[in-house]
Design a protein around this ligand. Structure first.
Ligand code: FAD
Length: 303
């Protein structure tokens, strides 16, 4: 039998060694709501380990984040993870949100410091009476209920607030010591950056999974802006690949799929088995990349 897959590089379909998770943001209006739920439906058969829902800067999407997480629980068999930040809320208010999630059946939180209400890039100051930082928040969540699985962020290229990568790794260590059991990285485009960071994290004795965050570039200009705020570098070769395609969305989409597939397959080849996708609420590219990684809809696998 001729296999469609190259066994030296890929897991055979159905060989369930790969874990994926998908990140969504809460929709602002009806049209975005429709796009989100179509994407959730499209991706759900790939049986992600969890799907996470972001929390808007300054807690601005608090109600929408809750509503989206609760709808995922009520209408799908997916496991939701709710993002939560320390910004613009006291400890008591944050604890109340955590208790509400627990009562609703949520058992996974992605705990973040968050950005200042005045915007990323401004100097961060903890809210008076609030959690000081992400490590403090992880501890607070675990005090509300030790049942919570807590994931946190990690920055292969250094968080912009951090003087050094070592300071970032100190914060990651504090988050792990407080109870975090998974880190999800900021997106990156050069895999060597991830592996160098991983070596430094492991050298510090941190042994939780450091799951690479993959951003399929749906919109190159938006990705460049996003990267500048997030402290992620955009290599010249990537800009070159999208050059001249501003008026050609169909080709841009093919390039985006090729770039993300190349990155994910290289990570797979180098031993990575868990992937977190920043979906931007769109399913097509992510679905295609997962397919290339060998993932198949759960029903098809079972057949
Ligand atoms: P931390 O890991 O706590 O800190 C990052 C670095 O900054 C550490 O080195 C730390 O030492 C340093 N640092 C922290 N505070 C200070 C300080 N006061 N002075 C100097 N250095 C300091 N944002 C949202 O608003 N909502 C989301 O849903 C969301 N989801 C995210 C998901 C992922 C996977 C990632 C990677 C990021 C996400 N963010 C989100 C962005 C994140 O909130 C910002 O990057 C924020 O600036 C830092 O929060 P953190 O928990 O990542 O920081």
């Amino acid at each position: 039998m001729i296999s469609a897959l190259r066994p030296s590089r890929f897991m055979p379909p159905g060989h369930n060694r790969i874990n994926v998770s998908f990140e969504f943001f809460p929709p602002k209006d009806e049209a975005m709501e429709k796009t989100l739920w179509e994407s959730v439906e499209r991706l759900a058969p790939l049986a992600p380990q969890f799907v996470s829902v972001t929390y808007g800067a300054g807690g601005s999407t608090r109600e929408r984040t809750h509503a989206t997480v609760k709808r995922i629980l009520a209408e799908t068999s997916l496991t939701p993870a709710a993002h939560l930040t320390c910004v613009a809320a006291t400890r008591g208010e944050v604890d109340e949100i955590v208790r509400e999630y627990h009562n609703a059946g949520v058992r996974h939180i992605v705990a973040l410091r968050g950005d200042p209400v005045s915007g990323a890039g401004e100097k961060y100051a903890p809210t008076p009476g609030g959690y000081e930082n992400a490590a403090d928040l992880v501890g607070g969540i675990k005090r509300v209920s030790p049942d919570f699985e807590v994931s946190v962020s990690a920055y292969p290229e250094r968080h912009p607030d951090s003087a050094t990568v070592e300071a970032d790794i100190d914060m990651l260590k504090a988050k792990v010591d407080a109870g975090a059991t998974r880190a999800i990285t900021q997106f990156f485009f050069e895999n060597d950056l991830y592996f160098r960071y991983l070596d430094r994290v492991r050298a510090r004795g941190i042994d939780i999974p450091i799951v690479p965050g993959i951003l399929p570039v749906q919109n190159f200009k938006a990705a460049v802006n996003f990267a500048a705020r997030a402290g992620a570098s955009v290599p010249a070769w990537l800009a070159e690949r999208f050059a001249g395609l501003d008026g050609d969305p169909a080709t841009r989409k093919l390039i985006a799929a090729a770039v993300a597939a190349e990155q994910a397959i290289d990570l797979l080849d180098r031993g990575v088995t868990s992937f977190h996708f920043y979906t931007m609420n769109r399913a097509d590219l992510v679905y295609a990349i997962c397919h290339l990684l060998g993932l198949r809809p759960a029903v098809e696998q079972a057949a």
